[in-house]
Write a protein that binds this ligand. Structure first.
Ligand code: FER
Length: 286
């Protein structure tokens, strides 16, 4: 009889090894194509009162297949780029389709995905010159909107788990810069941070992470990715090099492609599979 605990322990260890497969670096064909006969998550548009901006602001929300208000969920805040808005990840990134397909294959943890408008200003439409100074500044202002207005709204209205280990922040380009800037400056709020093809709004490494030890101690995942033909590679590269110099664990994922949604869909595909899982269960990146 005394052998039983040992056998159970052995089986547990084996199952952990069996689960720790290598992660795919390139999503398989059809990963972003709607599949018939699978369970789907739900997409809603919500509005929240923003004290930061002084308006009602919109965000889209994806709740996973089988979602129930009787359960609790971690939350990924997923940010768009300079020409985008709260619909960009759905329209151009097919985020709901990518996630539905991952759930159908049991590849990701149930999570709520919040896709806000990261241009925190009264007229937050992506119209006119999207590079105008006031619009760029609004991407920085979004830090206050996110922390003081949006997250409290989500946590009042959804069954979100309200701690740093159950909040992730990621985005593409301007949204990648925002995620790195805000995530690393607010480690009390986020334990999972990802920058996809991060734009020049990304702070210089020394400013971005003056205290590498704090990140080392607190982050569950730090993800930096970029397409190998993207002119903005230098931003991801300098961030990666600084992290490496300071021995801050992170994933630096470079992939074929430029500055576009083909790359970002692939990033969402890989990154979302890593989220909210203990390192042992996550599978090997290399
Ligand atoms: C820049 C080049 C690109 C820049 C921003 C971007 C603020 C953003 C691109 C995107 O979000 O896709 O010089 O400066």
């Amino acid at each position: 009889m005394k052998k039983l605990p040992l056998i159970i322990f052995g089986l547990l260890v084996l199952s952990i090894y069996a689960n720790a497969q290598n992660l795919e670096k390139q999503a398989p064909e059809g990963f972003d194509v709607k599949k018939p006969g699978i369970q789907r998550g739900t997409v809603d548009t919500v509005t929240y009162a923003s004290e930061t901006v002084g308006t009602e602001r919109a965000a889209t929300i994806y709740t996973p297949p089988g979602y129930s208000e009787n359960n609790t969920y971690p939350v990924l805040y997923l940010l768009h780029g300079i020409g985008g808005d709260e619909y960009a990840w759905l329209k151009n990134g097919r985020a709901n389709v990518v996630l539905n397909n991952l759930y159908a294959r049991d590849k990701i943890e149930p999570m709520i995905v919040v896709m806000p408008n990261g241009r925190a200003m009264k007229d937050d439409r992506a119209v006119g010159n999207v590079f105008a100074d006031d619009k760029i500044e609004a991407f920085a202002t979004f830090e206050q909107d996110l922390l003081n207005d949006l997250i409290p709204f989500i946590e009042r209205n959804y069954p979100a788990i309200e701690d740093r280990e159950h909040r992730a922040l990621a985005g593409l380009s301007m949204g990648g810069g925002q995620s790195l800037n805000f995530g690393l400056a607010n480690l009390d709020a986020f334990a999972w941070v990802g920058g996809f093809s991060s734009a020049p709004n990304t702070k210089e490494p020394q400013q971005l992470l003056p205290d590498p030890q704090q990140a080392k101690d607190q982050l569950k995942l730090l993800w930096i990715s970029c397409g190998d033909e993207d002119d903005l590679m230098r931003i991801s590269k300098r961030t990666h090099e600084y992290l490496e110099q300071h021995s801050v664990p992170h994933i630096f994922h470079t992939e074929p492609g430029g500055h576009d949604f083909e790359v970002w869909k692939n990033d969402l595909y890989i990154f979302s599979q890593l989220l909210f899982k203990p390192a042992k269960k996550r599978g090997n990146y290399d």
